[in-house]
Write a protein of this length. Structure first.
Length: 203
């Protein structure tokens, strides 16, 4: 799916008593989104997590007076299991509520109601913000992995320098040759060398 495309987008509407769901439903139809369900958060205040797991929407739209801590806690747990774009429409929110909403995984906020003609733009914003945040998370994980692998290689190189009397370049070349011979990455060979060294080290 094109993450910025609205036609066919599977949307779950969680309505916390704001009575806008008929208007939102009509606008979602006009935008050619697929409304998978309308969840009544007043009648079922703890049903959000199960509904997200059961229906697997591509975007969650929450309409409320202001987000209760219990609602944001449910949202945060659900976002940890499976992140998805979230558009939160609220009548009012204090700054600390805004921070809590963003920490729970809300992608875009709309305050003081949602004019129907703005729904498409707000959905696009939520999708774009989610895509951006996910890209940042991937970059961060990749950077952390590269840093961890570099530390492994440096540690293994130090072991070779001490145990075999090699200089830095020769130790690195030895690691690279081992990796090439075994069809493995430098980090994998380094980790195995470190483990072997720890096992053989006198206690």
């Amino acid at each position: 799916m094109n993450t910025l495309s609205l036609p066919g987008l599977r949307v779950l509407l969680a309505d916390a008593g704001q009575r806008r769901s008929p208007v939102i439903r009509l606008e979602l139809i006009r935008l050619r989104c697929q409304l998978v369900d309308v969840l009544d958060l007043v009648a079922e205040p703890t049903a959000l997590g199960n509904a997200l797991q059961r229906l697997a929407p591509e975007l969650l739209l929450i309409d409320c007076e202001q987000p209760a801590p219990e609602l944001l806690a449910q949202l945060g747990q659900a976002q940890l299991l499976r992140p998805r774009p979230v558009l939160l429409v609220a009548e009012q929110m204090a700054p600390e509520q805004m921070r809590a909403a963003l920490q729970a995984g809300v992608s875009a906020l709309q305050l003081a109601g949602l004019p129907p003609q703005r729904l498409g733009a707000m959905l696009q914003l939520a999708l774009a913000r989610f895509e951006h945040d996910q890209a940042l998370q991937r970059d961060l994980r990749q950077t952390q992995t590269q840093l961890a692998e570099r530390k492994l290689v440096e540690r293994a190189r130090g072991i070779l320098m001490r145990e075999q009397g090699l200089d830095e370049e020769a130790a690195f070349q030895r690691l690279r040759q081992l990796a090439m011979d075994g069809g493995q990455t430098l980090a994998t060979v380094a980790a195995r060398l470190i483990d072997a060294h720890q096992l053989l080290r006198p206690r």
